[in-house]
Design a protein around this ligand. Structure first.
Ligand code: SF4
Length: 487
């Protein structure tokens, strides 16, 4: 495997990232199919959920092989690599680190021998009781030092060290001990497993191939491999898939608290969550935004691509024409090439470029999905002014993000969130817009058509549905994240 030196990759946009998702997971049980290739394409569709590293584990019934590396899915695997990963079942993962450093060793799937075979595991989410779990691991394995830096490794160790008759029994012992958000796919030599936390914070769906089964973070991951959507894996559900078919067990009563931010930004527009198509939901949020935050303007433009459906909804509802005033360089993602200082200063222009002939002399409504630190919107406003916009009205398809997420999304620390210290008028002044308007929380939730009591909206309200231990609130966890990103 290449690059075991822990080399970091770089965000070419510099320090001001949008919210980063924790990970994408994929699993397939399909004897006779090229499971590694199916997993590669599944991860390819889930790339937006994690761009720092990617990995695939396969089993041929006798042994499990894992291949993982830093980089985009398409950078990590070659045709030759995939050809060596033969088997009947596979799991895959693409990662954005929310805990643990961004190094090769923390790429997933994780791998651990057990007394009954080998366990490979991939995780989307974030556990909130990692300290307690590490203590449990230490009791089971005297030689265990708390060197493991990810909640995923601790969870893998805990399952692998159980004195049970098989992985299924071990998982059913360990799952109730985990707190926080987790959508898991894991496997031994013969069986594919999947589990979701009792709140179902992160999505996870089940699909059917002609000759097997697929599990994926989003339904878009099923579509790309031709799997038919069967259903969402329920909060608190555990499933096993092997030659006997799919077996479902409930390890906890469901207490749904799906992530509201998946609807705003995280999930792909062509994904369906809780029966709602994400694109349609985002168009509805944009229409709601237009009702709540109207503007006198000549043109509605999106910040592509995450702001596009909401801008379509805003334009339709307001009757203001829609146009593409910002062109996105779609191929700027993550790169191993450290940008030079000159390039870094270009900042947002590496990603977005204004179309002067569309913008010049016009009053523009620019629609974006969220404001985290405010640096991106400040740069966009400046860029649009330079391109000749007469007025700039910024409209945001989520309420102000005021609180950090402890369930797998890396926004920023509380102190870094611009809406934590400033009110809307102060933020408007800070980003230099002529007006600024956010959709209300009620307006956002009603657009999702999911009852508010079934959603997590903690980053907007500060009401965390899963207990946050004191050592995670601000201090310790932020430290890990800060170290991970080398800020
Ligand atoms: S805090 Fe926000 S981003 Fe995190 S799970 Fe809740 S709604 Fe989603």
């Amino acid at each position: 495997m290449r690059r075991p030196d822990g080399l970091l990759n770089h965000n070419v946009l510099g320090e001001d990232k949008g919210p980063q998702d924790a990970c994408g997971v994929f699993g397939v049980w399909a004897p006779g199919e090229e499971v590694a290739k199916l997993t590669f394409y599944g991860l390819y569709a889930l790339q937006h959920r994690g761009t720092e590293s990617a990995g695939i584990a396969t089993s041929d019934g006798e042994r499990i092989l894992v291949y993982k590396d830093m980089g985009l899915v398409s950078q990590v695997f070659t045709e030759g690599d995939l050809a060596t990963l033969k088997g009947n079942l596979a799991i895959g993962h693409c990662r954005y680190s929310t805990t643990g450093s961004s190094t090769w060793v923390n790429a997933q799937p994780t791998l651990r021998p057990t007394k009954y075979g080998t366990l490979a595991l991939a995780h989307n989410g974030n556990l909130t009781n990692t300290g307690d779990l590490a203590e449990l691991v230490q009791k089971l394995e005297a030689s265990y030092t708390r060197g493991a830096t990810t909640d995923t490794e601790i969870m893998t160790a805990l399952i692998a060290l159980q004195d049970s008759k098989n992985v299924e029994a071990s998982a059913l012992t360990v799952l109730p001990q985990l707190e926080g958000a987790f959508s898991l796919v894991f496997m031994d030599e013969h069986t594919l497993y999947a589990a979701r936390d009792r709140h179902g914070v992160r999505p996870l769906v089940l699909g059917k191939l002609e000759t097997g089964w697929v599990v994926a973070s989003e339904s878009a991951g099923l579509d790309i491999v031709g799997a038919a959507f069967v259903r969402e894996i329920e909060p608190g559900e555990f499933i096993s898939i092997d030659a006997n078919g799919v077996r479902s067990q409930r390890w906890a009563e469901a207490q749904p608290k799906g992530c509201l931010f998946e609807y705003v930004y995280l999930a792909r527009p062509d994904t369906t969550i809780a029966g709602s198509g994400i694109h349609r939901t985002r168009v509805a949020i944009g229409a709601q935004l237009a009702k709540e935050q109207p503007a006198e303007a000549d043109l509605v433009i999106p910040v592509p691509e995450s702001g596009t459906p909401a801008a379509i909804g805003y334009a339709k509802e307001s009757g203001i024409p829609f146009g593409m005033g910002l062109v996105k360089n779609s191929y700027v993602g993550r790169t191993f090439i450290q940008p030079s200082q000159t390039i870094r200063q270009l900042g947002i222009r590496l990603k977005l470029n204004p179309l002067r002939e569309i913008i010049e002399g016009k009053r523009i409504v620019v629609v974006d999905d969220s404001i985290v630190r405010g640096n991106t919107q400040r740069a966009i406003v400046r860029m649009l002014r330079e391109a000749g916009a007469r007025e700039i009205h910024v409209r945001i398809s989520s309420p102000p993000v005021k609180w950090p997420c402890y369930y797998g999304i890396d926004f920023a620390s509380r102190a870094e969130l611009i809406a934590n210290g400033l009110d809307v008028e102060e933020i408007r002044r800070s980003i230099g817009a002529d007006s600024l308007g956010y959709v209300s929380l009620e307006g956002l939730i009603s657009s999702t058509k999911v009852p508010s009591e079934r959603l997590c909206s903690a980053c907007f309200t500060g009401e965390y549905p899963i207990r946050i231990p004191e050592d995670l609130s601000e201090g310790k966890m932020r430290l890990e994240i800060t170290e991970a990103h080398g800020h």
